[in-house]
Design a protein. Structure first.
Length: 289
């Protein structure tokens, strides 16, 4: 049984779709969701949907029962994830899962990005659990720029950020999902020492290059405006982003300036067996659909 947690999120749904599209029998897939209504389409396709909340250990035992391979997708409640993730790992241990693949963050062990702290703590807990593991250290989603940032850039003529000339190895969620599926469906034993993948797009870009690409595709000038982190965070809160998330995003841009969210590992394209989706293609899809 391949079990996928946070199945109701964007990444989880892409993973489930990819598994089914590759012909994996639906009865061999379990989708663990805090909000099962969001994955009703997969219930209809024969996937076993199980309700569980990372914050409620009593829900996790039944949800993870029978998992030979577990894709543990990190939760989204920043600040609560250390305790929540401990619950998931303890339940995975109790269920005797054969392998746990965890979606971490690029360079979790050296990153200065505050969001990396809970990921690194989770990695430590997984190592200490003794379970065979794979860390999928995902870079930034391209969608952070093409969904959240693009409308703002088109409306104001500027991409804003605090990343300076730092590069970000962003990749689409679909590419990260395909990497997870490759790990979940790989034949052969998992390395007893664990495996760590540093996953990012093949062509890391600066935010000035992002602005130039949008500019090229829309046929008018879009510039990159580099802001001090506090000014950028304020611009995000003014645009409706909750304050803690705005602070985290601004701090992440400072991390990009330091090189924390880039990689030249090539792990992502190797795992998915093709080049990663380019910035140009992602921007084109966002603009023309
Ligand atoms: N690399 C990046 O750029 C980036 C960006 C954003 C997030 N992330 C991380 O990657 C993860 C997956 O990305 P995504 O795009 O799928 O995020 P998403 O669409 O926001 O989905 C988050 C998922 O986490 C689930 N979740 C949150 N708290 C939970 C809890 N206490 N118990 C059980 N499930 C819980 C949500 O369940 P509900 O549907 O019930 O809310 C949802 O399924 C995120 O959760 C976050 O850790 C990475």
């Amino acid at each position: 049984m391949i079990t996928v947690t946070a199945a109701s999120g964007h990444l989880g749904r892409l993973v489930l779709t990819d598994l089914l599209d590759r012909g994996l029998p639906a009865e061999q897939i379990a989708a663990v969701a805090r909000t099962p209504e969001k994955v009703a389409a997969f219930t209809a396709r024969g996937v076993q949907v199980r309700q569980a909340d990372y914050a409620r250990p009593d829900t996790l035992g039944v949800a993870l029962a029978g998992a030979t391979k577990l894709l543990f997708i990190s939760g989204s409640e920043v600040g609560q994830r250390r305790a929540q993730h401990r619950n998931v790992i303890e339940a995975a241990q109790a269920a005797g899962v054969g392998m746990i693949a965890y979606t971490s963050i690029l360079k979790a062990d050296t990153s200065s990005v505050p969001l990396a702290e809970e990921h690194l703590a989770t990695e430590h807990m997984i190592r200490e659990s003794g379970l065979p593991f794979v860390f999928l250290r995902n870079g930034w989603y391209l969608e952070n720029y093409t969904e959240a940032g693009l409308p703002q850039a088109l409306a104001t003529g500027s991409v804003i950020g605090s990343a300076g000339t730092g590069r970000v190895a962003a990749a689409t969620r679909a590419d990260f999902a395909a990497a997870a599926v490759a790990v979940l469906t790989a034949a052969g034993p998992v390395s007893p020492a664990g495996t760590v993948y540093e996953l990012g797009g093949d062509q890391p870009f600066t935010l000035a290059e992002l602005a130039a690409e949008i500019s090229r595709q829309v046929g008018r000038e879009i510039t990159y405006q580099d802001l001090p982190a506090d000014v950028y965070a304020k611009a995000l809160t003014d645009a409706g982003v909750p304050e803690p998330m705005a602070a985290a995003l601004a701090a992440s841009d400072v991390g990009i300036a330091r090189g924390d969210l880039t990689t030249d590992s090539g792990d992502l394209s190797r795992l998915i067996g093709r080049p990663t989706t380019s910035l140009a293609d992602a921007v084109r899809t966002a603009i023309v659909g």
